[in-house]
Design a protein around this ligand. Structure first.
Ligand SMILES: [Mn+2]
Length: 536
């Protein structure tokens, strides 16, 4: 079916339904960030493959709203389809546009595609498995009891949970239904009277039936219509605070990840010095294989971003066969990647120099590094929010007239989604930035500067929020960096660092060296790490 045919069929259905407009969001019944192919109706309808966007079809018009990351891509993919690109934040707001053009509007991520999409992929059906108590630190029975207590306190008969990460966390189960997200597509009803129900394809839980019945959970068929009972739950607030077992698991996962990163950098230097053809896709392939060699590797936690030169300035760049750039001197390589291990999840960005960096690249890199260090060295009273902490990461670059559009930090789930709510560090005043950061939370610290058409710099660590001290002025918190990987010393303009920053950097590098060296068997790798972490 061509896009024109699809639009015609949608309009016929709209006429029967008496609609002026059909809005097709990028969404599923669970509010997921990553969608199973089954739920990619917006992509099927428009041909636009970006991860964010909303299509609107009226009787004589068709439009697609998306954000600045995807404008270029959308323009190319929509060409000749009759669908107009609407730029978020630049063109009319979608709600305003609908209000002034249409009366009968329906939002749908399912109908009429359930009828029109002939070869629509079925829902994924992977097998669920149980995370052991010694890995998650709290039995599912406890978690369910916490929710039952919450229901009783609030005089609620029960609660439907539709968020897939919340269900996975509550039941201590995982699956492989969605790329990069170890979830099982399901709904969970937790009842104050103890009669709980999991709505799921029975095949998927056949191996863990006894486990679920032991939790007092009955099984019923999956039904997407349950999405309409979706309610606020306290689960997001609970799961973002990691217990000590989860915290230790994260530490272990970051050690394994650090080993893979160091091995990768050694491999990269060797390949380049031997004249091997190295490209962005090569980077992804080799780094992924080194992670896969690590103990307990499950999958990547998101698609690797390896952007060389000008590609580094495209914030969510993902190399394809068509764009795959060869990595040659000179330029910067921005590498943002991560993995799920059986004990925790990682998300790391390093930017490295290939060949000789320019003065501008060094200056920009050092400004980003200063903000990145300043945020993780923060010492702040309880109650401090992500909005307040954000300033620490931006102050050095703001002083020089630089800024960046994305968030500075997000939560990270424990073998769940790599982007986890409900707290964010960013400069925009939003619900998720005015929540206090609490001890036990894991947040990323990832400022960047993007010089369009030339290069991009981003540096990212995962941080664990920990208690610092308690005195007459209150309780103070700070961060423990979990990520263990050197920063590229060749890109640091040492004269731009003050004594405190130099000391912090040297202490961090010493820690990376001490933890990782015993795990590197190869002498060349040990030597590389020694040089990469030498004091400055
Ligand atoms: Mn991140």
């Amino acid at each position: 079916m061509s896009i024109e045919d699809k639009l015609r069929a949608v309009r016929e259905w709209m006429a029967q339904e008496g609609l002026d407009a059909l809005v097709v969001p990028t969404d599923d019944p669970h509010g997921s960030e990553y969608l199973a192919e089954h739920w990619q109706c917006r992509k099927w309808l428009t041909g636009f493959t970006g991860s964010a966007g909303t299509a609107v079809v009226t009787m004589d018009d068709a439009l697609l709203w998306t954000d600045s990351r995807y404008w270029l891509q959308a323009e190319e993919q929509l060409e000749g389809t009759g669908i107009r690109l609407m730029k978020d934040g630049q063109d009319a707001d979608i709600k305003d546009w609908l209000a002034s053009h249409c009366t009968n509007v329906r939002w749908s991520y399912n109908a009429p595609f359930d009828k029109l999409w002939a070869d629509r992929p079925s829902l994924p059906q992977t097998k669920a498995w149980v995370m052991k108590d010694e890995v998650v630190g709290e039995p599912a029975k406890n978690k369910i009891q916490r929710l039952v207590d919450y229901l009783l306190e609030n005089n609620l008969p029960g609660l439907y949970i539709s968020d897939l990460a919340e269900i996975a966390w509550m039941l201590n189960i995982r699956g492989n239904d969605i790329a990069y997200n170890p979830f099982i597509i399901s709904f969970l009803y937790v009842s104050a009277d103890g009669k709980h129900v999991m709505y799921v394809n029975e095949e998927q839980i056949s191996d863990i039936k006894d486990y679920l019945s032991g939790l007092g959970i009955d099984i019923a068929p999956y039904d997407e219509e349950l999405a309409r009972y979706n309610a606020e739950t306290p689960v997001a607030e609970w799961k973002c605070v990691k217990n000590h077992v989860e915290q230790d698991g994260f530490r272990q996962a970051h050690i394994r990840d650090g080993v893979a990163m160091v091995r990768f950098f050694v491999r990269l230097e060797k390949a380049m010095s031997e004249g091997e053809r190295v490209t962005e896709l090569w980077v992804d392939k080799v780094l992924t294989s080194l992670r896969a060699e690590q103990k307990g590797f499950l999958s990547l936690s998101f698609e690797t971003i390896a952007g060389f030169g000008a590609h580094g300035a495209i914030v969510h760049y993902e190399a394809t066969e068509e764009t795959d750039a060869e990595i040659t001197p000179n330029g910067l390589l921005l590498l943002d990647s991560g993995a799920h291990y059986d004990c925790g999840t990682t998300d790391i960005t390093r930017t490295i120099a290939i060949g000789e960096p320019t003065e501008e690249e060094k200056r920009v890199y050092t400004l980003v590094l200063k903000g990145h260090m300043q945020l993780q060295a923060m010492h702040f009273p309880e109650g401090t929010t992500g909005l307040q902490l954000d300033t620490a990461a931006r102050t050095p670059m703001w002083r020089e007239g630089y800024d960046f559009g994305h968030g500075t930090g997000h939560g990270v789930g424990h073998v769940l989604g790599v982007h986890e709510g409900p707290v964010q560090i960013r400069k925009n005043c939003r619900v998720d930035t005015v929540r206090p950061v609490r001890a036990g939370q894991i947040l990323t610290d990832e400022p960047g500067i993007y010089v369009a058409g030339k290069f991009g710099v981003r540096i990212e660590n995962c941080l664990l929020c920990v208690p610092a001290q308690k005195n007459d002025f209150g309780s103070f918190l700070t961060f423990e960096p979990l990520t263990l990987c050197p920063y590229d010393r060749r890109l640091i303009a040492v004269e731009m660092l003050n004594d405190e920053e130099r000391q912090w950097l040297n202490a961090y590098h010493a820690r990376v060296r001490n933890v990782l060296t015993p795990l590197l068997e190869d002498e060349a790798e040990q030597l590389w790490l020694k040089q990469a972490t030498a004091p400055i």
